[in-house]
Write a protein that binds this ligand. Sequence first.
Ligand SMILES: NC(=O)c1ccc[n+]([C@@H]2O[C@H](COP(=O)([O-])OP(=O)(O)OC[C@H]3O[C@@H](n4cnc5c(N)ncnc54)[C@H](OP(=O)(O)O)[C@@H]3O)[C@@H](O)[C@H]2O)c1
Length: 325
Amino acid sequence: MRAIVVREFGGRPEATDMPTPEAGPGTLKIELEAAGVNPFDKRIIDGFLDGKLPHDFPLIPGVDGAGRVVAMGAGVNDFEIGDRVVGKFLIPPVGHGTFAEFIVVPRESTLAKVPDEITSIQAAALPTAGLTALDLIKSAAVTSAQHVLIVGAAGGVGSFLVQLAALAGAHVIATARPDDTDRMIRLGATEVVDYGRITVTDSPTHPEDSQLSVADSVRTSSPGGVDVLFDLVSPPTVFSGNASLVKTGGTALSTIGSADEADLKARGIKGGNFESTGGATELRELLRHVGNGDLVVPIDNTPPLEAAPDVIGASGARGKTVLVI
Ligand SMILES: NC(=O)c1ccc[n+]([C@@H]2O[C@H](COP(=O)([O-])OP(=O)(O)OC[C@H]3O[C@@H](n4cnc5c(N)ncnc54)[C@H](OP(=O)(O)O)[C@@H]3O)[C@@H](O)[C@H]2O)c1
């Protein structure tokens, strides 16, 4: 089968032929049609899980995928050949991922049937980013009229999170680059804060026009503070500044381990460092949201599988990149 592989930790992904896996007892073989790309793919390639989980090389990366069931082993009763399915697969040994034509996954994986009205490309964009966004909303118990600050709103998780927070009725403050302001508003943001620096390239006297920090901008527009901070990108010092906006009794969550949990607790703020735990039940909930039109799948880019080396670990996400297989 065609697949993307790396041959060592930190290696450059390359397209190659790999043996096609076959279904055994309790597993399904899926012919993949689309695979969502996440920052985590690059971290796996770079050895983030080395020493924590066994790995097989050449290693096929990719956690999110959608396609059709083409074979099943004994003991799988709730799927049929031909079913369209989507899932989030991180199955040890790591290295048999979704950036390939076929994958074999245990029945108890995070796996759900895809309704007819949702394309495989849309479905493949959902698992990691969508589940993380849904888990964050549930973890913070976002309710109507709360002020919710989302730092890193333009990417995969953020583009779902803005919508889910707006769906809960929150006043959503999203940080994004100026060229993405309209898209953030369409997704449901109430306010958009520019986190970048505006470069004035045609001015000899002002080559760069620096701006207020996100925390200073939000302090100006929301002097009473925010109820919830979802920070998807900031390092610890910046996270701490953003968390200073959160009201006592509010919630601050970092998806990249930047929270000083003892400090938050001392300030009467809930939350801390967050890990997504959503499974098949939450994936079906997301699919229902998409099916009934509450949630738009924010697809940025749909390159072919062979273009994976160019998009794995790329910056500048505006929603999701999904490889078409
Ligand atoms: N803990 C968990 O369970 C969990 C689950 C999923 C994801 N994550 C992590 O959460 C992070 C976000 O994931 P993702 O899938 O949304 O990533 P993504 O699709 O790459 O999006 C990140 C977005 O943040 C923007 N950004 C970068 N620096 C920024 C800054 N200083 N301020 C505001 N925005 C900034 C990027 O745009 P520019 O590049 O143009 O700046 C990009 O649009 C990743 O580090 C990922 O590994 C953790």
